[in-house]
Design a binder for this molecule. Structure first.
Ligand SMILES: C[S@@+](CC[C@H](N)C(=O)[O-])C[C@H]1O[C@@H](n2cnc3c(N)ncnc32)[C@H](O)[C@@H]1O
Ligand code: SF4
Length: 376
């Protein structure tokens, strides 16, 4: 029985951060009730048979779900439990922005069974928060973190961003240490990525902003790896570090190509046979569901070749590596051949055991390039 996850996308935010390409919108709080009506209907009408899955994670992400009133989260959980067997859920995450998660809401979410909080810290340097157009101060981070502990969360993640223009390695060292000192259970460190359709993209294209060089990026990354390892965080994915038993089980579903169903505008799902995704626009999402139509606007069958290449792409991201026994028989030979051909170029960065291929710590910095070379 495969394990599986449920994801809910809440698109509302107070501000649109200049680097963010996730589907999120501002000044639309009046539409929250009609969004929830559509969301609950989408869940109720979901045609996928999940009786053979063990659903063990739920993730409410965004956007900024911590802004949502707990009464609506109760309705959401009730609808999920009427539709799916969520009795085996052991990890239930909600994302929170610093300063945008009231103590009362944090407590109520926890009382509802939400047992993991993911806080978008990003940076603790006022100038960098400003540059990233974040809506919070460093002290909001500390307050939200402390409130979360008081509310009873014993599984807290902090998201951080490095590789920011005008960030120095010393600022990053200081920020990371401050977050380590808070003693979270999990830390995600993401390299600032220039996504199309963001203000950051336009600034970089216009030459108004210059991103750090590749050498600088690798320097940030290697320092992150050694600092977190020295503080007893275990790296289990390119951008993710955990304390014992505190890996994000939900994200592991994505990386191990387990099934997951997602709801809300822009949400992506994988039902074990096909990948599909919803329209991004909130208005279109609400309208389609109101008219009794599907909000899905993209669907793709999952060929054995796709599966093989995803096993390679995602498998190289995680410390467990690729389980070569999962490669479909008809592609086993080509994958082995591809690994052998890449021994000279990348051999120092991967470890090839009998039925497993994994990257070394140094190899993580090159995982995308290695994956492209290995794919068939
Ligand atoms: C979509 S956000 C949602 C969480 C929450 N709204 C927040 O901003 O804190 C999830 C995480 O993705 C990361 N992220 C988003 N855009 C990114 C980018 N362009 N480069 C690197 N990390 C990014 C941030 O660390 C963020 O915490
Ligand atoms: S980074 Fe978070 S708060 Fe900022 S726009 Fe994206 S989802 Fe909203």
């Amino acid at each position: 029985m495969p394990t599986a996850g449920l994801y809910i996308h809440i698109p509302f935010c107070r501000i649109k951060c200049m680097y963010c390409d996730f589907y999120s919108i501002t000044e639309r709080d009046d539409d929250i009730p009609s969004f929830f009506k559509a969301l609950l209907k989408e869940i109720q009408l979901c045609p996928i048979d999940t009786s053979k899955w063990k659903i063990n994670t739920i993730f409410i992400g965004g956007g900024t779900p911590s802004l949502i009133h707990p009464d609506l989260i109760i309705k959401l959980i009730n609808t999920l439990s009427e539709k799916f067997d969520i009795s085996k859920v052991v990890e239930f995450t909600i994302e929170a922005n610093p300063g945008e998660a009231e103590m009362e809401s944090l407590k109520e979410f926890h009382d509802l069974g939400i047992n993991r909080l993911s806080i978008g810290v990003q940076s603790l340097e006022p100038e960098l928060l400003n540059f990233l157009t974040r809506n919070h101060s460093p002290s909001d981070v500390i307050t939200t973190f402390e409130n979360a502990r008081k509310a009873g969360y014993n599984n807290i993640n902090c998201d951080l961003i490095y590789n920011i223009p005008n960030q120095t390695i010393d600022i990053w060292k200081r920020d990371l240490q401050k977050v380590i000192d808070l003693q979270p259970d999990h830390i995600s460190c993401y390299s600032l990525t220039v996504e199309k359709n963001t203000k950051l993209f336009r600034y970089v294209a216009d030459g108004a902003i210059t991103m750090p060089s590749d050498d600088e990026s690798i320097n940030y990354y290697e320092w992150t790896q050694s600092s977190l390892s020295n503080n007893n965080f275990v790296q289990y994915e390119i951008s993710n570090w955990k304390k014992p038993n505190r890996e994000c089980m939900h994200n592991i579903h994505y990386w191990k190509i387990n099934p997951y169903l997602s709801f809300g505008p822009s949400a992506h799902s994988f039902d074990g046979e096909k990948r599909y995704s919803n329209v991004r626009s909130l208005d279109k999402y609400i309208r389609l569901i109101k008219e009794g139509k599907t909000p899905i606007d993209f669907s793709e069958d999952f060929s054995e070749k796709n599966f093989t290449n995803e096993l390679i792409g995602f498998g190289l991201r995680i410390s467990d590596g690729i389980n070569l026994n999962r490669i479909p028989n008809k592609f086993k030979k080509s994958v082995k051949k591809s690994i052998e051909e890449n021994q000279i170029k990348w051999g120092n960065y991967f470890i090839f055991e009998k039925d497993r291929l994994k990257l070394t710590n140094k190899g993580f910095a090159f995982s995308d390039a290695i994956a492209v070379d290995l794919m068939i």
